[in-house]
Write a protein that binds this ligand. Structure first.
Ligand SMILES: [Zn+2]
Length: 274
């Protein structure tokens, strides 16, 4: 966690001196290109192996229409079986590949600049301990007035908890995917046959949008505590971090992990239903 704090502070300082680029997303016709030729080839090979007494496990075949939206009137509720029901879009997005809004943890509105000093629950900076102090808004904010998905969408919509993301990882397959030149991860539930797409939407730190088409960070509704990771958490005493669901393109080993992140950062939110 100290590393996280140090990294965050260093980033904020460095970010003041660097110019970041933002890769805007195309708004053209939807193109669910995902190695269809390769998939057809795989299917063809499977047919030739019908006489094999011990065929390999059937591959997950993702088709053009496997983004499970029935029409273009997003957002939709997508049933992912034991992983629960999720929105097809990020909060504030009008289609599955769009970034949507970026939110600091527990804030319900987007803003122009994301840092601790502009964080709604910031109290002050403790010079002695070199930590930011923030208001305690609870360890689990799903369904509360701090839940942007619930406040914006109403009804049963809410931010997914740490455990909800664990269920997503447990009960869905996933693979890199691209829609309209926007890269991300497709989560596919074999029980229902439905899938949802998480774009690598990047993040917002200070006034900069970085990481589009490289990674995505999605808030959980759950505070980062030592109960879940087994290590002492200095943020627990001052300004605790919150768990984020992080998807990255850098290396497969870093795909889809839950980590403690600075609450002041601007991350995406993918709503789910209770
Ligand atoms: Zn949809």
């Amino acid at each position: 966690m100290k590393k996280l704090l140090s990294s965050s502070v260093i980033f904020f300082i460095i970010a003041n001196f660097l110019c970041f680029s933002f890769n805007s997303c195309d708004n053209g016709k939807t193109n669910y290109s995902n190695d269809q030729e390769q998939l057809r080839e795989t299917e063809s090979k499977s047919e030739t192996k019908e006489t094999n007494p011990a065929p390999p496990p059937e591959p997950i075949v993702i088709h053009d229409n496997d983004i499970s939206c029935p029409d273009s009137k997003h957002p939709h509720v997508i049933d992912l079986g034991k992983a629960g029901k999720w929105s097809c879009c990020n909060l504030g997005a009008t289609s599955p590949e769009k970034s949507g809004g970026f939110y600091a943890w527990g804030e319900v509105n987007t803003k122009d600049i994301y840092d601790y000093y502009r964080y709604k629950y910031y109290i002050d900076f403790d010079i002695t301990n070199a930590v930011y102090r923030c208001k305690d808004i609870g360890e689990e904010i799903t369904g509360t007035s701090y839940d942007a998905a619930h406040v914006k969408l109403g009804g049963n919509w809410c931010m997914p908890s740490y455990n909800r993301f664990k269920r997503l990882l447990k009960y869905c397959e996933n693979k890199p995917f691209v829609i309209n030149k926007v890269y991300g991860i497709l989560f596919y539930n074999t029980e229902t046959g439905n899938s949802i797409f998480f774009p690598w939407a990047g993040t917002k730190e200070l006034e900069f949008h970085t990481g589009a088409n490289e990674y995505g960070n999605y808030w959980t509704s759950t505070l980062y505590t030592r109960d879940k990771d087994g290590e002492y958490d200095i943020y627990r005493l001052f300004c605790p971090a919150a768990y984020s669901f992080d998807i990255k393109s850098e290396s497969p080993s870093e795909f889809n992990s839950l980590n403690g992140s600075s609450r002041a950062a601007g991350y995406s939110i993918r709503p789910c239903t209770k």
